[in-house]
Design a protein around this ligand. Structure first.
Ligand code: AKB
Length: 319
């Protein structure tokens, strides 16, 4: 029997591509997409879809019962920049949605849970270069606090109740299908869109801010590889460090400029600079590579080629 999967927050940047991939693998009818609204109509119309507020326990529970769900991917969250504007909302959504899913899974019918963490669990006291799996985590953003606390609860539910919960500390994710919303790493997506649309971009981070990043295809592959890994191989139940590439705004600008020589970039750092400065510049993900054979495929230039090609088609209908 294939898994019956519920994706909560399926219309977001990662949720929407994860839904498409999981439907390819498991069959459309076995992957139920849900979100608080129907903002991505292609997704709503391409398979089973339910409107679910991730803060509503009964809505999640009823949906799981109705569709015989055995696996949940909880992708709904307020990210770092939005979280600083709405701290209590970020705490409410990020924590309560996790409790709802963990408590449902504790009941026994949900066999596996995926919950994304982030490099935001780290803070200014964390070693910045090749940040290890086990290290100081003193986040200074509300988002980072919710992810750090969430990691502790995931491990607690695994140890205390045997909930098979798995997670990844995502770096900034770059993609061309759905826009990210409210993150500090969003500049690395916006820059490609603006390069194609207007030929110029004003960056909200300074030119030498080095952050861990990853192309969406690698992030989806990591998520699915982790969920497919045999339970007994996993040594981390809080969340695995995950890495692919690190680059600065200047380096991504140069990678784009190699294809678009007239592209220009200016810098106007805002409140997100302080968030970026509190995060690592590179991540040691050797535990993920050892436990479930994680390997990334895309470097900066390979990603730039795919991004520019896809966005040329999207905005100018050019192949
Ligand atoms: C953000 O910038 O808030 C997110 C993240 C790194 O988790 N993209």
């Amino acid at each position: 029997m294939p898994s019956r999967i519920l994706i909560i927050g399926a219309c977001g940047q990662i949720g929407s591509e994860l839904t498409t991939k999981l439907r390819e693998i498991n069959g459309i009818e076995n992957v139920i997409a849900s979100d608080i609204n129907t903002r991505k109509l292609d997704l709503v119309n391409s398979g089973p879809f339910e409107i679910i507020d991730a803060k509503n326990f009964n809505a999640i529970k009823d949906c799981c019962k109705h569709y015989n769900i055995d696996t949940i991917y909880l992708m709904a969250a307020l990210l770092s920049a939005t979280g600083e504007k709405y701290p209590m909302e970020a705490w409410d959504l990020n924590m309560n949605s996790l409790f709802h899913v963990l408590n449902l899974a504790k009941g026994g019918t949900i066999k596996k849970v995926y919950w994304p963490s982030s490099i935001a669990v780290f803070g200014p006291t964390t070693p910045r270069e090749l940040t290890p799996q086990h290290t100081i985590c003193e986040p200074t953003t509300v988002y980072g606090i919710t992810k750090q606390v969430g990691e502790r609860w995931c491990e607690y539910y695994y140890k205390k109740y045997g909930v098979d919960v798995r997670g990844l500390r995502y770096p900034g994710i770059i993609s061309h299908k759905a826009m990210p919303g409210g993150g500090t790493t969003d500049y690395a997506v916006e820059i490609y869109h603006e390069a194609i649309k207007t030929g110029k971009y004003e960056c909200f981070l300074s030119e030498n801010t080095n952050l861990p990043m990853m192309f969406m295809d690698d992030a989806i592959k990591a998520t699915i590889d982790l969920m497919d890994a045999p339970s007994e191989d996993l040594t981390i139940r809080s969340s695995y460090n995950l890495a692919a590439i690190s680059f600065t705004p200047k380096q991504i600008y140069e990678s784009i400029k190699a294809h678009l020589p007239d592209f220009t970039m200016t810098y106007q750092p805002d409140f997100r600079q302080a968030i970026a400065d509190s995060w690592p510049s590179s991540i040691d993900d050797s535990v993920a590579r050892r436990d479930w054979n994680w390997q990334h495929r895309f470097d900066l230039d390979a990603m730039t080629k795919v991004m520019l090609k896809a966005l040329r088609k999207k905005y100018h209908n050019l192949i």
